[in-house]
Design a protein around this ligand. Structure first.
Ligand SMILES: [Zn+2]
Length: 439
């Protein structure tokens, strides 16, 4: 599944994705326009009558049953998880998240992934599959290599439902009948720039994304089989998705989000859910694991004081940057395997560094130590606190002996400081299976 991102290309049928997600060209409740513009009779956006929906929802978890399932998971799997809330829906239902990691809640230099289900209230398969996924990971930790790799190397955050009110109403929009996947600020049109009009579910997810340092994510939808990645919108309106969560993640969260339609039928019978989980299980697991198994990872430090730096990471030829985290200075850049890349790390106040690297099938570690920019900062030494007269007195009084001792001490000071950073990196690298280097 390291090939997930390349295999996604097979699914990149933008116009189909747009229709499946409720684009303007939907001609009637069932069927869609294919890429050639022909109408297909394939049943996609079923518009069931209310009594039909109630029958279809039979066997699905209600919102309160979902809340109970999350809390029970949190108790049963407390050794590898924590449960937290990112806010509330319009009707006050808590938006609960399960974080799965061997150190849940701890700030580690590891990539973070998020799954969001049930963005559209009438697409409930994702919320069911995400609970099954969380339990599968817990049951297979230290038994299955993929489960163990994920739990030890990734912080996985799962929001089973972003739209519990829409689910309760069996409809696409939330309690205010707003499509949450059109409610995010848009890069091309100011349609959602009025903060007060933004829905509480959208606001909660936006501050969650700003607060966590997600590397990648996927939102789960239903009614088609599609995998879609940024961009949804374009300046010339060729793609009709504006205000979507995916593009906002990419621009403002530094997070590559995929929009996945995972079942042809929005409301398959509940007894089909375990089968759908088996269909999707390996893809979901491999998608999360790919964050640890592929790409370029590393940490960025200051040579001046050894502190981690939230520097930007750019790849030549790709007009996109991500930032390292402010707390640990770690970055995680998703890149296609088997490629040569030129990596540039920069930060105001520091001299940028650029290095070429070749990424094979597996992840590599590439750490950077940046030197402060400008002569003053670069030459800053412990002598800075001492004015010229001090040196003059020293020289006059003891014929340069003190000066020599001072220079030696200064040399040792910088040597030890630099060694401390390298010792830390070496310790980290010795426990890593990745090819490692420091720039
Ligand atoms: Zn949807």
């Amino acid at each position: 599944m390291e090939l997930l991102f390349s295999s996604l290309l097979l699914f990149l049928l933008g116009p189909i994705a747009s229709i499946a997600r409720g684009g303007d060209r939907i001609p009637n409740p069932s069927g869609f326009w294919d890429r050639s513009g022909e109408f297909s009779a394939r049943s996609l956006l079923q518009d069931h009558k209310p009594q039909e929906l109630e029958a279809l929802a039979d066997g699905y978890m209600s919102n309160s049953e979902l809340e109970k399932a999350i809390e029970e998971f949190g108790k049963r799997c407390a050794h590898i998880s924590r449960v937290y809330s990112i806010g509330k829906s319009v009707k006050g239902f808590p938006l609960l998240v399960i974080e799965i990691s061997d150190k849940p809640g701890k700030d580690e230099a590891e990539p973070a992934f998020k799954f969001i289900g049930n963005v559209h209230g009438d697409e409930p398969v994702g919320r069911e599959l995400l609970i099954l996924l969380a339990n599968w990971l817990c049951n297979n930790y230290m038994k299955d290599s993929l489960a163990t790799l994920i739990i030890k190397n990734v912080h996985l955050h799962i929001l089973p439902t972003m739209n519990p009110d829409g689910f309760a109403l069996r409809r696409r929009g939330n309690a205010n009948n707003v499509d949450l996947n059109r409610d995010f600020p848009d890069q091309f049109f100011p349609i959602n720039d009025v903060v007060d009009l933004r829905q509480p579910e959208t606001r909660a997810v936006m501050s969650w994304i700003k607060g966590q340092h997600f590397t990648a994510s996927a939102s789960l939808h239903g009614g088609a089989l599609v995998a879609n990645y940024p961009w949804d919108g374009s300046g010339d309106s060729r793609y009709p998705i504006y205000g979507g969560m995916q593009d906002w993640n990419y621009i403002h969260g530094g997070c590559l989000e995929l929009t996945l339609e995972i079942s042809d039928d929005k409301w398959p019978k509940a007894d089909e859910l375990p089968i759908l989980f088996e269909y999707n299980r390996m893809s979901m697991l491999n998608l999360v694991a790919s964050l640890a198994k592929t790409g370029i990872h590393g940490r960025i430090f200051s040579s001046h004081n050894g502190h981690p730096l939230p520097a930007s990471v750019m790849i030549k030829g790709i007009d996109y940057k991500i930032n390292a985290s402010g707390s640990s200075g770690d970055y995680h850049r998703i890149l296609a395997p088997s490629g040569s890349y030129e990596v540039t790390v920069s930060m105001p106040g520091y001299r940028a560094k650029t290095t070429p690297t070749f990424l094979q099938q597996y992840a590599i570690s590439l750490d950077f130590i940046l030197d402060p920019d400008g002569d003053d900062a670069h030459r800053r030494t412990p002598l800075d606190g001492c004015d010229c007269n001090c040196l003059g007195i020293l020289r006059r009084a003891h014929g340069g002996v003190y000066l020599a001792v001072f220079v030696i001490l200064l040399f040792l000071y910088f040597l030890l400081k630099r060694k401390a950073v390298f010792r830390f990196l070496k310790r980290r690298h010795s426990s890593s299976h990745r090819r490692v280097s420091v720039v």
